[in-house]
Design a protein around this ligand. Structure first.
Ligand SMILES: Nc1ncnc2c1ncn2[C@@H]1O[C@H](COP(=O)(O)OP(=O)(O)OP(=O)(O)O)[C@@H](O)[C@H]1O
Ligand SMILES: [Zn+2]
Length: 680
């Protein structure tokens, strides 16, 4: 039997404030959380959605060092971008705060101190990497080295981004300091550990016995962690940026970012509801739902619950953790550091007023059960073929026809035909399926069901053809349009959790007041005799040029990444001087230059080499216009055995350099020299 709850607290993973948010964050966490929150609010439930930026941890301090600014400046910049862009997308947080707030520092500090006083920690001294040049211990990402699994040379001390392995500093081959590049030294340092093993039994019972309904990806990950056996986990770090460890002898140490971040959920609730926050956290009749992406499962299902159990005081464990898998972009893993992303703030700038299109596409294609790919082609297709052609089209037809035949006044619904009754029966079936999908976090399925109402409407108009009937039977035409308008009003409810901007406009067009989930399925939402507003298009077609711009932006990024990753080839084997001297290298002046017919890569040169004019064929046609080269001086190998290319005998080879992007650049002397001058 499903348990009834009095209220729900929705938490959303705290985005890391070392960059803006991208579509992966949205698809994984913020869009589904917002859908669920809006749905519960429509049902009139007591629901609170909290969020905030995660502003501590090593990547932020590294970024600050790189840019020569303070960590506070880094987080101020990104917190503002993240907060504003999520708000503009319509993510309806009740509070969006940050972990550098005073209240959070106090809350996290008190949490640690309480566990410390209760004796919930163990203290361990262990060897940690240390940079002798800067005199600092190197936590997590301060250490880079070669990944033992995939041999990526730039794996971090906690993770390899190339192969996705989670690592320990000691796993890295040739570990070096990210600050100075020096090999790391190991030194003793003391930290506080939370013995997760102490909570293993309770965790097993709570998840493996008590929550078999969880998503299989979440349940499966928890099971494998638990089956592998839990170890004590360090909850402090040698760092200056963060919440200081509030005990004596802990100077220069802060709370591990994954100890402090989930406490952010508590401090955010506290900040929002100073007097009543506890009932959301401690009343067994409250329900906590954590929205996260798959890489956060262990922290939300193992680490944070252990912290809450260790704290005691009735803190409740989450009722569900509907974690999503990952969204990729055009076939590649989304990455902040490689700038491989669609950034929300840029999307909002490039597609003004199209928040709902992104919300729709990210839900329709959400990585609910497996990793999924976002492509601009799919984005365009879903907008044009679904939002415009199905939903927008149906609403537009119903509203336009009501204006055309009834002057915008909702016509009377006369006698109902079997078709009309079937439409309403189908609407009811959809309501059931839609609610069930939302209740069980199947948002893709829920969105599909909502779209079924619009499909139903289009089929209905197609079958009944009111535009034909209007010539002979206005009563029947009125009935049909009344039914169609009721479906439109139902769409305004069914789609509200997903695309709230458009449903707001739709409700206004239909001139209907506040809607609630209970009203879904009702057939008298638009009152007979009431006036509706003129038709307004809910969605516009997205043209090829708009998505091509976005694809080009990604291609540019790819190119920039390749150039940044380019490395010179290792040096070839040593040769004796005589070998070099045997090559007769000279400078010549280009007398003629033209494209070789039927060969798109080749140019034919006629070179004045100081003795005579010689012909050389060179494969650089993609990079130079022949007319631009006439009169220029080039370097060439004079004594290379002649070779036939496309029927032309080439007497030598022109020297060029291949750039990191694959383009070819000719070599020329830095000042004009006599043709035939020797190079050596
Ligand atoms: N591509 C993605 N698909 C789905 N969820 C994601 C994706 N990237 C991040 N998330 C989720 O978004 C939440 C906030 O992410 P966080 O700020 O920690 O970013 P991150 O994982 O460091 O991403 P990035 O490396 O791209 O900055 C986390 O719960 C994370 O699992
Ligand atoms: Zn690796």
């Amino acid at each position: 039997m499903e348990k009834k709850f009095k209220r729900t607290l929705i938490t959303t993973a705290l985005p890391y404030a070392n960059g803006p948010v991208h579509i992966g964050h949205l698809a994984g966490v913020y869009v589904p959380a917002d859908i669920y929150a809006r749905y519960l609010r429509l049902r009139g439930e007591d629901v609170v959605m909290v969020g905030g930026s995660d502003e501590h941890g090593v990547p932020i301090t590294l970024r600050a060092r790189k840019e020569g600014i303070t960590p506070q400046e880094v987080v101020d910049r990104y917190h503002t971008i993240i907060k504003d862009s999520l708000e503009e997308l319509g993510v309806s947080f009740d509070i969006y705060s940050r972990t550098t707030s005073k209240l959070h520092h106090e809350t996290a500090s008190e949490f640690f101190r309480h566990l410390y006083d209760k004796g919930e920690f163990t203290v361990q001294t262990a060897l940690q990497p240390y940079d002798e040049k800067t005199g600092e211990f190197l936590a997590d990402r301060y250490v880079v080295g070669t990944c033992p699994r995939c041999h990526n040379e730039n794996a971090y001390g906690d993770q390899c981004e190339a192969c996705g392995s989670s690592l320990n500093v000691t796993d890295l081959i040739n570990p070096r300091s990210a600050l100075t590049g020096e090999p790391v030294k190991m030194r003793d340092t003391t930290h506080w550990y939370l013995p997760l093993n102490k909570w293993e039994g309770k965790l097993r019972e709570w998840i493996l016995e008590g929550h078999k309904e969880w998503k299989t990806n979440v349940y499966g990950q928890c099971k494998s962690w638990l089956d592998a056996g839990l170890q004590p986990r360090a909850v402090s770090r040698d760092l200056k940026w963060g919440v200081p460890v509030p005990v004596e002898g802990a100077e220069g140490k802060v709370l591990y970012v994954w100890f402090d971040a989930p406490i952010g959920y508590i401090s955010n609730t506290k900040e929002l509801l100073p007097d009543s926050w506890e009932k959301y956290w401690k009343d067994p009749e409250s329900r906590i739902i954590n929205f996260i992406g798959k890489d956060n499962i262990v922290f939300h299902c193992i680490v944070f619950p252990s912290m809450l159990m260790a704290y005691g005081d009735n803190f409740q464990l989450p009722d569900n953790v509907p974690a999503n898998e990952f969204l990729n972009l055009e076939g590649d893993k989304i990455s902040t550091s490689r700038n491989w992303a669609v950034w929300l703030h840029e999307y909002l700038r490039d597609f003004p007023g199209k928040q709902d299109v992104l919300r729709y596409v990210l839900t329709a294609n959400a990585p609910e059960t497996k990793d999924n790919d976002f492509t601009w082609a799919d984005f365009q297709a879903r907008n044009n073929n679904e939002l415009v052609a199905i939903l927008g089209n149906f609403v537009n037809r119903a509203v336009v026809l009501t204006h055309k035949y009834f002057g915008g006044v909702v016509p009377v619904r006369g006698e109902m035909s079997d078709t009309d009754n079937e439409v309403f029966a189908e609407l009811n079936r959809i309501k059931g399926a839609l609610s069930e999908a939302l209740d069980t976090f199947h948002f893709r399925e829920a969105l599909k069901q909502a779209m079924e109402i619009a499909r139903l409407g289009n089929r209905y108009l197609q079958e009944t053809e009111p535009w034909k009937l209007a010539k002979s039977d206005m009563t029947r035409t009125g009935t049909i349009l009344n039914v169609a308008l009721q479906l439109c009003a139902n769409l305004a409810i069914a789609f509200e959790p997903f695309i709230p901007f458009s449903t707001g406009r739709l409700a206004k067009m239909l001139n209907i007041g506040k809607l609630s989930w209970d009203m879904l399925g009702q057939t008298e939402l638009v009152a007979e005799g009431s006036e509706i507003a003129p038709a307004e298009l809910l969605f516009d077609k997205i043209e090829d040029a708009e998505v091509q711009n976005q694809v080009q932006k990604l291609l540019d990024t790819k190119k920039a990444n390749e150039i940044a990753a380019w490395k010179a080839q290792p040096q070839a084997e040593t040769v004796e001087f005589d070998t070099f001297a045997a090559c007769d290298l000279r400078v010549g002046t280009v007398v003629e230059c033209e494209k070789v017919p039927k060969a798109d890569k080749l140019l034919r040169f006629l070179i004045d080499d100081g003795l005579e004019k010689r012909t050389i064929v060179s494969g650089i046609a993609k990079f130079y216009k022949p007319e631009d080269l006439v009169g220029k001086q080039v370097c060439f190998i004079a004594n290379l055995a002649p070779r036939k290319l496309k029927g032309i005998v080439s007497e030598g080879m022109i020297l060029s350099a291949e750039n990191s992007d694959g383009s070819i650049v000719l070599l020329s002397p830095s000042a004009t020299v006599a043709p035939g001058a020797k190079i050596g």
